[in-house]
Every structure is written in structure tokens, then in C-alpha cells.
Design a protein around this ligand. Structure first.
Ligand SMILES: NC(=O)C1=CN([C@@H]2O[C@H](COP(=O)(O)OP(=O)(O)OC[C@H]3O[C@@H](n4cnc5c(N)ncnc54)[C@H](OP(=O)(O)O)[C@@H]3O)[C@@H](O)[C@H]2O)[C@@H](O)CC1
Ligand SMILES: Cc1cc2nc3c(=O)[nH]c(=O)nc-3n(C[C@H](O)[C@H](O)[C@H](O)COP(=O)(O)O)c2cc1C
Ligand SMILES: Cc1ncc(COP(=O)(O)O)c(C=O)c1O
Ligand SMILES: [K+]
Length: 534
């Protein structure tokens, strides 16, 4: 074995991550010189970048349900020429049987969802959509309608209306929502004050030559924003639909008078000009490309996660980590509205977490400590709760089990992000009965039962193969479907609560915190509810 080895975990923004020094006896020691995570703080041109509610690390998790979460190395994505883009269009709307309305609806929805991923409605409300004469303009009209329904306030500038029924219908739909249409003359020369987002839906892949009036003037106003940006604190972000208007469809920003959008939403597949886009947010939308098109044009496109209408291409933007924050807005959580029994209150909130479709609402952080007070935390899954306490299962030889053997006190923490809630539960811990553990063990998927047997949890193993080899051996042994015996070293714990705290996030950090602690009134045990300062 090499006497000294260094491993760097490289995760996009982590310039220097943990480095481990392995001594010859293989005890990992975190180097003192590199213990801290050094994260460079970058300010984006448009100020603080708020990538999305998924926050910065969630993209790293392959199971994430957040659209922007999945990224693709830009080098591995394919780009279409102008001719290919038009061909794709023809095939979709010819032999493949799509109508322009359908594609436009999906394209516009992708634009709206991409925007909503990055620019949160509570911060970026006022949207100007500048629509051109072709289908790119139509995408803008559709996006405006969806953004309206997402809670944004769109206004439209649509100077060269197309007389076709499709476009007339899109205009009528927006008018019925009282979305204002603004003429070029009424639009301020300086767009920086009146809008938070400007959507450039002027030209798409059929653009050629130099922009003609009135679009040349509108594009010039977008160019001017670059200059305003340098001087001002707050300015609108510019989102281009498919092509930054005025850019050459293949060569990109070759003219002196081109603006640099903050976000580009490529539709179907990025066009060649997108290679020159270096803004912080590049998304792909138009989730309708059938396999025949993918193979004909040899397209390499990132997979859309879950049911998302958009997916981020390339690296997520660098963020000023100190500026990452949410302002929680929730219904008030007051003494009058809480259950007298904290278990009932917990059940109420747990049910709401389930109803909100949160991922693993039963995931909780479990904190334990050694007898001399050295704490440690890890996530475990809650497997049941009632008046007797909160139950989870684990390995009785693990670190947490050692802690609990010498110090049977623990703290549980639930964080329900989508509801702006956390719950703390503290108390004493006991093992559950063997029968209870047996019963739960056999309810688990067989793979997890075998996993529990092969894993000497929290002890050092020589490599992944050690676990996989043992797992395969057991898989063979139990391939006939026979009962897999629960190992003695695996079972449950139950925490009997002594205190609870229910936390509901509120604006300006003036959160609601209600703490339950036991007290006796006339010899009867009751729960006292007190409000804690946030
Ligand atoms: N799968 C797909 O393909 C999908 C495509 N979709 C969307 O369609 C877009 C392509 O749409 P498109 O073909 O209608 O062309 P687009 O670029 O909007 O505008 C053409 C208009 O601009 C005009 N014009 C051109 N140059 C000009 C200039 N220099 N100065 C002034 N005007 C100029 C031109 O007039 P012309 O020069 O021809 O007289 C014409 O009126 C595509 O990018 C995407 O957004 C999605 O909806 C659905 C899926
Ligand atoms: C969401 C989530 C749920 C987990 N659930 C459990 C669990 O129920 N039981 C368990 O032993 N480990 C669970 N783990 C793994 C633990 O976090 C931890 O790695 C393991 O129990 C070893 O912890 P220890 O060395 O502190 O004892 C979970 C991890 C995550 C991220
Ligand atoms: C090591 C370990 N044990 C147990 C569990 C809980 O799994 P189950 O729900 O199958 O009991 C998990 C969940 O992540 C785990 O990672
Ligand atoms: K555009």
C-alpha cells in the first residue's frame, strides 16, 4: 500500500474539497490544511444568482425531481444547423403528424417552466415579452400565458402581428386575462426600470440578414441593457427563446450590436449559435422529439427528469453562497390552532407533508452523542410513531448504536422544505422488541434484507467488491425465495419524546416556534405549549 494517498472529491464549484490522508494503517485522517470547504464567491453580472429552489447541490442527486437538476456536459450535446432545424420542423409537422399549435404550446410551456425554475415569481414579477412575426413570437405569446398562470405579471410588445387564426387566438387568450399589449412607441426606451424579466421572442431559427424595423430598435434596447447593467444595482434579466435575436443562427453574436441574454431556452435541440452562449442559464425545452428524429439527426440530448418540461444544459451557475436564502411565506402558526397533544400535532403536519408530495417526508436527522458528549448526526427513516414514540431501524453495531448504548438520549429533526417547516423531537431511546424488528425486517424488499446482512455498518471495509461479493453469494443462497433470517445485529430503536418544537418559517425571519414540554397539573401529566423567539 502506498504510504500516502490523496483523494480529491471534485464537485463542480468546490475548488478545494476534503482531502484525505490515508496512513499505512488505513485510518483516514482529514488533513488540517484542507479541512474547510473553500467555495469561491462569484457575483453574476445580474447580481445574485438564484439558481432554483433545488439549491446548489440537488442537481448532484440523480433522483432529483427538480427539472433544472439534471445537467449535461455541453460538449456532449448536439447542435443543429439552420437547415437541419428547418428540416426537423418540416418532418415534425409533415410525416410525424404534429400541428404547429401543439409544438408551440409545448415550446411556450417549456420557456415558462424554465423561467419559473430560475427566476422565482416573488422576486421577478414584471415580465415583458417582445414577440416577433414568426413562430418564435408565437412561443413568446404562449409562454406569457403560462407565466400569467404561474403568478407573473406579463406585458406584451407584439408590433408585427401575424393575421393567422393561431396567433389571433393566442392574442385573444391573453386579452381575456387582461394581459396588457404595449406598442413600441409606448415602451420606455430604458427597459431597466419597469421590468424584472424581458423575454426575447423576436426571431428564431428562420432569422437571416440584419434585423429590420421595428425589431432593430427593440434589439438595440436590449443591447443598451448591458450598459445599464454596469451602472445599476437592479436590472431586468433577458431570456432568449431558441435564438438570441439578432444573432446569426449558426455563428452567434458576430455583429457589434448583439446583446447577451442571461438565459437561453433552446427548443427541440440547441442551434449552432448556442455554442457562443456563455450566460449562466442554458435550458432545453420542447419535450416532444420522437426517436425517429433523434436517430435521423444523430441527436445527443439530455434526458428530461421526471415530468419536467425543461432541462438545464451545462454546468449550473456559480453562486454567491452567502446570498443564497429564501424568504419563507407561510400561514401563521399560532397557539390557538395547535393540538394539545404534540403527537396529534405531529400527525397533522406529517399528513400535510405526505399530501404535499414531498420526497421522503419520513427522512429525519438523528443526532446522538457519546457519553463524553461528542455529538454526531445522520439521516434515518422514520418507520412509525405513536404515543410510545418514534421508531427507526438500523445496525446495532453502528456508530449511532454505540452512542446510544452509552448515552441513550437522542434528538430527531424533520425538515419539510416545501412547507417551510421543521420539527424537533428530543427524548430517550430504547431498542424495540425482537418481534417488532423481525416483523419489520421481513416487510423490507429482499435486496434490503440482504444488504442489512452483508453490511457491517460503520466499520471500514476493503472496497465495494467486499459488499457486492457477499451480497451475490447471499442472493444465490436465497434465490429460491426462502425466508431470509434477520441478523441479531439489526433492529429498531424507539425514541420516547420529552420535548417537541414545531417551526413554521415566516417572512423577515420572524418564524413561529411552538415548543411542547411536559408538566404536571393537579397530578396529571399535560403538555405545556410555549412560544420561542425565532
Ligand atoms: N421543432 C421546431 O422546429 C419548433 C419551432 N418552434 C419555434 O419556431 C421558431 C422558428 O419559427 P419561424 O420559422 O416561424 O421563424 P422565426 O425565426 O420565428 O421568424 C421568422 C419571421 O421573422 C422574419 N425575419 C427573418 N429575418 C428577419 C430580419 N432580419 N428582420 C426582420 N424580420 C425577419 C421573417 O420574415 P421574412 O424575412 O421571411 O419575410 C418571418 O416573418 C423556432 O426558433 C422556435 O422558436 C416552436 O414553436 C415549436 C417547435
Ligand atoms: C435519507 C436517508 C435515510 C437513511 N435511512 C437510514 C435508516 O433508516 N437506517 C440506517 O441505518 N441508515 C440510514 N441511512 C444511512 C445513515 O444516514 C448512515 O449513513 C448510517 O446509518 C450509518 O450511520 P452511523 O455510522 O452514524 O451509525 C439513511 C441515509 C439517508 C440519506
Ligand atoms: C443503511 C440503511 N438502512 C436502512 C434504511 C431504511 O431502509 P428501509 O426503508 O428499507 O427500512 C436505509 C435507507 O436509506 C439505509 O440507507
Ligand atoms: K429569440
Amino acid at each position: 500500500m502506498r504510504p500516502f494517498m490523496r483523494t480529491a472529491l471534485s464537485m463542480s464549484r468546490l475548488v478545494s474539497a476534503h482531502s484525505f490522508h490515508l496512513k499505512s494503517n488505513a485510518t483516514p485522517i482529514i488533513s488540517h490544511s484542507s479541512r474547510s470547504l473553500r467555495i469561491p464567491l462569484f457575483k453574476l453580472p445580474q447580481g445574485v444568482c438564484r439558481p432554483n429552489s433545488s439549491s446548489e447541490f440537488r442537481w448532484f442527486c440523480s433522483k432529483s425531481r427538480i427539472a433544472a437538476a439534471t445537467m449535461q456536459n455541453r460538449e456532449s450535446v448536439s447542435y443543429l444547423t439552420q437547415k437541419e432545424a428547418a428540416e426537423v420542423d418540416e418532418i415534425l409537422m409533415g410525416p410525424l403528424g404534429f400541428s404547429v399549435e401543439q409544438l408551440m404550446e409545448l415550446a411556450g410551456l417549456s420557456v415558462a417552466t424554465s423561467i419559473a425554475e430560475v427566476y422565482k415569481v416573488n422576486e421577478y414579477k414584471r415580465v415583458l415579452v417582445i414577440c416577433g412575426p414568426g413562430n418564435n413570437g408565437g412561443d413568446g405569446l404562449v409562454a406569457a400565458r403560462h407565466l400569467f398562470h404561474f403568478g407573473y405579471n406579463p406585458s406584451i410588445c407584439y408590433p408585427k402581428r401575424t393575421p393567422k387564426p393561431l396567433y389571433a387566438g393566442l392574442v385573444t387568450q391573453l386579452e381575456s386575462l387582461s394581459v396588457p399589449f404595449v406598442s413600441v412607441e409606448d415602451l420606455p426606451l430604458d427597459l431597466s426600470k419597469d421590468f424584472d424579466i424581458i423575454i426575447d421572442a423576436i426571431f428564431g431559427f428562420s432569422f437571416h440578414g440584419a434585423p429590420r424595423p421595428p425589431f432593430n430598435d427593440l434589439i438595440q434596447r436590449l443591447v443598451s441593457l448591458n450598459e445599464y447593467k454596469e451602472a445599476k444595482q437592479r436590472f431586468p434579466v433577458v431570456v432568449s427563446v431558441d435564438i438570441p435575436s439578432g444573432w446569426h443562427v449558426e455563428e452567434g453574436d458576430i455583429s457589434d450590436s448583439s446583446f447577451k441574454p442571461d438565459m437561453l431556452v433552446s427548443l427541440t435541440a440547441p442551434k449552432l449559435c448556442a455554442k457562443r452562449f456563455h450566460g449562466p442559464h442554458h435550458f432545453l425545452g420542447g419535450r416532444f422529439v420522437p426517436p425517429s428524429i433523434v436517430s435521423k439527426f444523430n441527436l445527443h440530448l439530455p434526458p428530461y427528469p421526471g415530468t419536467a418540461m425543461c432541462v438545464r444544459i451545462g454546468k449550473p451557475p456559480q453562486v454567491d453562497i452567502a446570498a443564497l436564502r429564501e424568504n419563507y411565506i407561510s400561514p401563521e402558526f399560532v397557539e390557538d390552532n395547535v393540538e394539545a397533544d404534540p403527537i396529534h400535532q405531529f400527525r397533522k403536519w406529517f399528513d400535510e407533508a405526505i399530501a404535499a408530495n414531498l420526497r421522503e417526508p419520513n427522512a429525519m436527522s438523528l443526532s446522538t452523542a457519546t457519553s463524553d458528549g461528542k455529538p454526531s448526526s445522520r439521516m434515518v427513516l422514520l418507520k412509525g410513531f405513536d404515543e410510545d414514540g418514534f421508531v427507526w431501524y438500523t445496525n446495532y453495531g453502528s456508530r449511532k448504536a454505540h452512542d446510544l448504548a452509552e448515552n441513550p438520549r437522542a434528538s430527531l429533526l424533520f425538515f419539510w422544505d416545501g412547507l417551510n417547516r421543521q420539527v424537533r423531537v428530543e427524548g430517550t431511546v430504547q431498542k424495540v422488541s425482537e418481534e417488532e424488528s423481525e416483523q419489520y425486517f421481513h416487510s423490507r424488499p429482499r435486496g434490503s434484507q440482504l444488504g442489512a446482512i452483508v453490511s457491517p455498518q460503520s466499520s471500514v471495509v476493503p472496497g465495494r467488491h467486499f459488499l457486492i461479493d457477499k451480497f451475490k453469494e447471499l442472493e444465490d443462497r436465497y434465490s429460491n425465495g426462502s425466508l431470509i433470517p434477520k441478523p441479531k445485529y439489526w433492529g429498531g430503536y424507539r425514541l420516547k419524546p420529552e420535548t417537541f418544537e414545531f417551526w413554521q418559517g415566516q417572512p423577515s425571519r420572524l418564524h413561529d416556534r411552538l415548543q411542547y414540554s411536559p408538566c404536571e397539573i393537579e397530578g396529571k401529566k399535560v403538555w405545556k405549549v410555549e412560544r420561542l423567539a425565532p
